[in-house]
Design a protein around this ligand. Structure first.
Ligand SMILES: Cc1cc2nc3c(=O)[nH]c(=O)nc-3n(C[C@H](O)[C@H](O)[C@H](O)COP(=O)(O)OP(=O)(O)OC[C@H]3O[C@@H](n4cnc5c(N)ncnc54)[C@H](O)[C@@H]3O)c2cc1C
Length: 384
């Protein structure tokens, strides 16, 4: 059951998505970019700082409320929603949990107002599922740090003003886990945006390589302990995976809604195809799996909140957020494929909406932990 405030935020997000995103999402996909102004409009309504405390200019929503709003944006367009996710999720959460008072006062209002768009650069060409094996390095220099390395698959890469960059701060003797998190201006000397990837889906999202060649940052750009950056990134993944779970639910819901409308309108054998048992059966299973995915996402969100409030709940958060993302992403991949089948030949055509949804859904099974890695995490919690 949604409480009043949560429903009001959900409706605001839904209206925004219906008015500003849904009508142009297909066009963004074709042109390979969303309009920058949409971020200003989102910022104007507080949607770029949804969980940031009010004293830093945010809406201070709780996690379940954020996720119901976020599902609406993902239903509108997955590519834009990924930018919304990074701006609201991992970057401000790490700052809130580990930043100094000065860092919070400086960066959180800038993120919440959209003055600064953020990115999150953890992965490298040889270090995806295993980020501890990254090779980017930060070495101490007079007054701060000098960072060198190459990051891969960086979302918002060409759009971001500030990048949270993870780099190794200790030698191999530091157990491989001495990794720091640094706030790097994307116009700093030595910071270069490289190749933009051509992607199967999320075509309006900028996924790029980033090269850092001796980029100098002041000491106040290090977030938290210079050896604990990887731990912060992995902690943020619990929340990030719930976000990707909600994104997958949004994509799947869009596909189901299109499939319902189409199946009522499309006639074969003199009847709407919705009257055939086979089609109804598909729609029923699609709706059921979406509802189950959303319930898991919300259960994970409640568990996360309990842990954040210092209460030890019964539910292990890391395993639950992994289950939520696993279930929701595999559901989105399956539901969007079923939607393409329901559309028949038209499902394969670019002027119909479901082929985009099928392409967009796929990546939810990959980023923020592949399905194999999620099963590993869940399996470990069951057998530890
Ligand atoms: C569109 C897009 C946007 C992205 N945005 C960002 C971003 O903004 N910032 C960022 O830092 N990263 C980002 N990523 C990177 C993403 O997080 C990684 O691609 C993901 O973590 C997987 O890493 P990998 O691609 O190196 O695959 P690999 O780790 O090489 O995995 C290859 C295969 O091996 C399997 N595998 C690996 N290890 C194990 C194991 N121990 N047991 C069983 N199976 C295993 C995997 O499941 C997979 O099937 C993005 C990726 C994409 C596609």
């Amino acid at each position: 059951m949604l409480t009043g405030d949560r429903r009001a935020i959900q409706e605001l997000a839904r209206d925004f998505a219906e008015g500003e995103i849904v009508p142009v999402a297909g066009q963004w996909d074709h042109q390979g970019a969303f309009d920058r102004e949409v971020l200003d409009k989102l910022a104007g309504l507080g949607f770029l700082g949804m969980m940031v405390p009010e004293r830093y200019g945010g809406l201070e929503l709780d996690l379940p409320t954020y996720l119901v709003a976020f599902e609406e944006f993902a239903r509108g367009d997955a590519a834009l929603s990924l930018t919304i996710h990074i701006q609201n999720g991992p970057v401000p959460v790490i700052l809130l949990d580990h930043g100094t008072g000065e860092q919070k006062s400086r960066w959180l209002p800038a993120l919440a107002s959209g003055e600064k768009i953020a990115g999150f650069a953890l992965s490298e060409a040889g270090a995806g599922s295993d980020p501890a094996s990254m090779t980017a390095r930060a070495r101490r220099v007079d007054g701060g740090w000098e960072i060198s390395g190459q990051k891969k698959w960086v979302t918002n890469g060409g759009l971001a003003d500030v990048m949270l960059v993870f780099a190794r701060t200790g030698g191999p003797d530091a157990g491989g886990r001495a990794i720091g998190a640094f706030l790097v201006d994307t116009d700093a000397p030595g910071y270069r945006v490289g190749k933009r990837e051509k992607t199967m889906g999320l075509r309006a999202s900028e996924t790029v390589e980033v090269e850092l060649d001796g980029v100098r940052v002041a000491g106040d750009r290090l977030v938290g302990n210079p050896s604990h950056g990887l731990r912060y990134a992995l902690e943020a993944l619990d929340l990030g995976r719930l976000g990707i779970g909600a994104q997958a639910v949004g994509i799947a819901r869009a596909a189901l809604e299109h499939a319902i409308v189409y199946s009522r309108e499309r006639h074969q054998f003199g009847r709407p195809i919705a009257s055939f048992g086979a089609i109804r059966s598909k729609l029923s299973t699609m709706a059921t799996r979406i509802a189950a995915s959303r319930a898991l996402v919300m259960e994970g969100a409640r568990a996360w909140q309990e842990r954040a409030a210092g209460r030890a709940g019964d539910v292990p958060v890391t395993a639950r957020s992994a289950m939520a993302k696993l279930m929701a992403s595999e559901t989105a991949a399956w539901v969007t494929e079923e939607a393409v089948r329901i559309f028949g030949g038209y499902g394969f055509m670019r002027e119909f909406p479901v082929e985009k949804l099928m392409r967009d859904a796929k990546v939810t099974e990959i980023y923020e932990g592949t399905s194999e890695i999620l099963r590993l995490v869940i399996g470990r919690s069951l057998t530890a």
